[in-house]
Design a binder for this molecule. Structure first.
Ligand code: NAD
Length: 490
């Protein structure tokens, strides 16, 4: 697609806040620019919400809640299903928009559109399956009735790295459960979410059920919404640091919370692994989304007998990568989201090198417009290097060695995070032992990518609370009521 069609597509994205079924300017009239990270140019100006806009969005969500929560589940499901179909129809536009504002290669944006769309289909199927229980109490003196109810108006906050999927993973279960929502996308990537919500409106979403506020004042706007006693639920995906702040704010209202936070995934390759598959899995686990994924493998922990061969093979493959604007043919690595992300990746690489790591390929910024960093492989990374503790969130693959299973487990678990781990082994019993010993909410056992709308996504330790997707996902938006009635025969 050429520049004209990009301009045409950008013109189709509403530039207002979506509140109570209307696209509105921010009350202050302020706007902010959304940047293409591959060029550094502003591609569109959109409304910059202030606190009063956030409160107006919550007003709308509260007003819409009684009627939406009583809408039959089947009707809610059909709306989600129609929205799924619209996403398929507009897949190319959504993918292009995502590449423009976030930077990932077009093929990966298309994969995210498919993945993100699946949450609508999955939760359209779950909506009508919410059930309760009815039974006698053990004493036989009464009947116990257990029912499920939507929690109420929700505040959904999403990050910039998966602009569509992180929104649908929250909006779809909220709507399926009968909740209404205020959605706040990341200020770096608000356009994909905005276009998606326009599609939801086209699918017939009643006014006020979903409201979107785009803002550069995330802190004050979020604090006002979270501290409002009418809000009943906060679902956040982003960094652990911001998540902890919002959790503290949510404590005052004892809000239900779902927190999908940072990761620091270990990728363990045992001496009995199928090396070809481990290398394929490693490249997917590391370089998908330019390394900017919470599930990205951050620490490659490889048995000493294989470490050299593994490093050589991944390096050969990384040399074949092509870096550039995500819309260009054959590009596999796009720009990082901003200058700060480039600085962070470079700092971690320089620190590892200063601690004795060996640079196999890459290792620096790319001297061109935009915020690009070279796809990098480091081996022999020393214990104590920052890259083993901090999420690199960029295209940097860092390898360390181990010699026995206990050491592998100790190294893999040596982090305060616990989102996902990856293990490659052909020994079934060893694989099962790792399932039991690694402290993560998810695991790829001989697989480099685990995300699936039908699976419960979420972390242990500082990686979060709650689960998104799977049979569990809708329960994050439901609350349980137990009712006792006397034995009808007494
Ligand atoms: P971030 O925490 O900076 O931002 C996340 C969201 O919070 C954005 O909408 C942002 O505008 C908002 N925000 C930022 N500061 C805020 C504040 N002071 N008060 C209220 N809101 C604020 O994270 P990010 O840089 O957008 O995303 C990257 C992080 O997200 C990584 O740590 C990554 O691991 C994590 N992540 C986790 C998952 C998961 O499912 N566990 C998925 C994707 C990303």
């Amino acid at each position: 697609m050429g520049e004209t069609s990009e301009t045409g597509l950008l013109a189709q994205v509403p530039d207002g806040l979506y509140i109570a079924g209307e696209w509105r300017a921010a009350r202050s009239g302020r706007t902010f620019g959304v940047t293409d990270p591959s060029t550094g140019e502003v591609v569109k100006e959109i409304a910059d919400a202030a606190v009063e806009d956030g409160v107006a969005a919550l007003d709308a969500a509260c007003e819409a809640f009684p009627s939406w929560s009583r809408t039959p589940a089947r009707e809610r499901a059909e709306l989600l299903r129609d929205a799924y179909d619209l996403i398929q129809e507009r897949a190319e536009d959504l993918a292009l928009l995502m590449t423009i504002e976030m930077g990932k290669p077009l093929a990966e944006s298309m994969a995210e559109v498919r993945y993100g769309g699946e949450f609508l289909r999955w939760f359209s199927e779950e909506a009508a399956h919410v059930q309760g229980r009815y039974g006698s109490n053990p004493e036989g003196t009464g009947r116990m009735i257990v029912t499920q109810h939507p929690v109420g108006p929700c505040y959904l906050v999403t990050p910039w790295n998966f602009p569509l999927a992180m929104a649908t993973r929250k909006i779809a279960p909220a709507l399926a459960a009968g909740c209404t929502a205020v959605v706040k996308p990341a200020s770096q990537t608000p356009l994909t979410t905005t276009l998606f919500v326009r599609l939801l409106a086209d699918a017939g979403l009643p006014a006020g059920v979903v409201n979107v506020i785009t803002t550069t004042s995330s802190g004050p706007v979020s604090e006002a919404v979270i501290s409002d006693p009418r809000l009943r639920k906060l679902s956040f995906t982003g960094s652990t640091e911001v998540g902890q702040k919002l959790l503290a704010q949510a404590a005052a209202g004892v809000l239900r919370t779902s927190m999908e936070l940072g990761g620091n995934a270990p990728f363990v390759v045992f001496e009995d692994a199928d090396l070809d598959k481990a290398v394929d899995g490693a490249l997917a686990a590391k370089f998908r989304n330019i390394g900017e994924a919470c599930t990205a493998a951050n620490r490659f922990i490889v048995h000493a007998s294989l470490a050299e061969e593994f490093a050589r093979r991944v390096t050969d493959r990384v040399r074949e990568f092509r870096t550039g604007r995500g819309t260009e043919e054959g590009v596999t690595i796009g720009p990082l989201i901003d200058e700060r992300a480039v600085d962070k990746a470079d700092e971690l690489v320089q620190d590892a090198l200063a601690n004795g790591a060996r640079l196999r390929v890459g290792g620096g910024r790319i001297d061109r417009r935009g915020t690009f960093y070279e796809a990098t492989v480091l081996s022999d990374v020393a214990a104590g290097s920052r890259i083993l503790r901090e999420e690199v969130f960029g295209p940097v693959l860092a390898i360390t060695r181990f010699t026995d299973e206990d050491e592998a487990v100790r190294l893999a678990n040596d982090t305060e995070f616990g989102l996902v781990s990856y293990v490659y082994t052909r020994d079934l019993a060893r694989g099962q032992r790792m399932v039991e010993r690694l402290e993560t909410g998810m695991m790829g056992l001989n697989v480099g990518v685990v995300s699936n709308p039908a699976a419960p996504f979420g972390g242990w330790k500082l990686s979060g609370l709650g689960r998104e997707g799977g049979a569990e996902g809708i329960h994050e938006y439901l609350q349980t009521k137990y009712t006792l009635t006397p034995d009808p025969f007494a």
